[in-house]
Design a protein around this ligand. Structure first.
Ligand code: ATP
Ligand code: PRP
Ligand code: MG
Length: 398
């Protein structure tokens, strides 16, 4: 198998001659007057064209289950993608200048990040691992975007010779498999499958590649097992298949992935990545958290704070914020009440309200939180250290 080093030198062989525009290595350009003049560029890879490119490119899924959720996530981070019409594959995000958005199939996003035609992408972790084949140029910048959760899992029929097989070990030890009659596994994930089954010590395995509706193959008799994505498990169940103990190859969800080479060398990539990451973290951190405001009678902020902190569900993110509430009495501003502000996880909301009331809280207001910007963006420090950059590298706005 090709190493990532061999792969990247293999990928860099063909500089493109057409350099009028910065464009992906295979595209069709249509004139705006509708008379389409077609320029089909070769499927080349890290071309000098991509090295010269001045704008940063983000790849987003063009279709499939990831597409809408990706756009929603970005919208919720105030990074709405502006696409003039749904069949146009290039777009922008007005808040991020010097960034182009390219809609591509998830696999092509990962391939194009490796070839240098894209710098960043949002795809499933499964695709990063399968199409990336361990390429160290791919860096997962945010590993948990909160949608597209699924697992890559081995499944076998519930019937026939597999009826009493419930674990990977039992599957491996079945007497049926030999050099001439290996265990046949149908999958679109042959790189990950091959690695997994090798590591698990399977000797006689053959991968058969196919994409989509794999769950039908065991009943058709063309395969013994499948290796595919599972989320609810309905498709397996409806096709009389079962997962087995020890058979999960990978847990996946949507991730933000970047090219190490672009982060290191393409001007603007690091800054844009920092801004996207900050917005993603702030939004995702705020999901499921409420702001709770209540009034409480007291002699001083400290005394109220002690009462609040005596309750287990009222400490908030960094402790409560307590401010005096002024009212006018005999022409003077006096303080009888204090306002308490705390952030509370959705699941603890009712318990928190009960505890607030128990210590004298009244007029409890609850509102949704949109963003929580912390002082630090934890994944940013991790990224800097992966890139070998000083940890105090800051990305202040220009
Ligand atoms: N059943 C599922 N539940 C949740 N997420 C899933 C599920 N199946 C796939 N995904 C995630 O969504 C991603 C995209 O899947 P989708 O089916 O839209 O595209 P695809 O199968 O890669 O493309 P295509 O079928 O067009 O070749 C997958 O890579 C995976 O991360
Ligand atoms: O566990 P479940 O919730 O039933 O989901 C699992 C199914 O989802 C995916 O297929 P998809 O719907 O993407 O169709 P495809 O095979 O055509 O890509 C996957 O390949 C499984 O077939
Ligand atoms: Mg699919």
């Amino acid at each position: 198998m090709m190493t990532s080093l061999e792969l990247s030198s293999f990928l860099q062989v063909r500089p493109s001659s057409a350099r009028a525009f910065s464009r992906p290595s295979s595209c069709i350009i249509c004139c705006s007057n509708g008379n389409s003049s077609m320029v089909v560029l070769p499927n080349s890879v890290t071309s000098s064209e991509s090295q010269d490119r001045k704008v940063v490119r983000l790849g987003l899924p063009s279709k499939g289950r990831m597409a809408d959720e990706t756009l929603n996530l970005l919208k919720n981070c105030q990074l709405s993608v502006r696409q003039l019409n749904p069949r146009q594959y290039v777009a922008d995000i007005p808040q991020l200048s010097d960034l182009e958005v390219w809609f591509q199939r998830p696999k092509d996003i990962v391939r194009k990040i490796q070839s240098g035609d894209l710098d960043l992408g949002i795809v499933g972790f499964d695709i990063v691992c399968e199409c990336g084949e361990g390429n160290e140029d791919l860096i997962v910048v945010h590993e948990a975007l909160g949608f597209g959760a699924c697992r890559l899992s081995v499944a076998i029929p519930k019937y026939g010779i597999f009826e009493n097989i419930n674990s990977l070990d039992e599957l491996s030890n079945m007497p049926q498999w030999s050099k001439d009659r290996p265990l046949r596994i149908e999958t679109g994930f042959s790189y990950l499958g091959d690695k997994f089954f090798r590591e698990k010590g399977f000797k006689h395995v053959r991968f058969q590649r196919s994409e989509g509706a794999l769950e039908a193959y065991p009943a058709m008799g063309t395969t013994d097992a499948i290796l595919d994505l599972v989320s609810s498990g309905t498709t397996l169940r409806e096709n009389n298949l079962k997962e087995i103990e020890g058979g999960v190859v990978l847990q996946s969800q949507a991730v933000l992935v970047a090219s190490r080479r672009s982060l290191n060398t393409r001007k603007g990539t690091l800054k844009i990545t920092h801004e996207i990451l900050e917005r993603l973290e702030a939004h995702l951190r705020a999901i499921g958290v409420f702001t709770v405001v209540a009034n409480m009678r007291g002699n001083s902020a400290e005394e109220v704070a002690e009462r609040v902190l005596s309750q287990p569900s009222l400490s908030g993110l960094q402790g409560p914020t307590i401010s005096p509430v002024y009212c006018k009495r005999d022409g003077k501003a006096v303080v009888d009440f204090f306002a308490i502000v705390i952030c509370v996880p959705q699941k603890q909301l009712y318990k928190s309200v009960q505890q607030l009331r128990a210590i004298g809280g009244s007029g409890v207001l609850v509102s949704d939180l949109t963003y929580i910007f912390e002082e630090e963006t934890p994944r940013w420090s991790k990224l800097l250290s992966q890139l070998g950059l000083p940890l105090d590298t800051k990305m202040f706005p220009a």
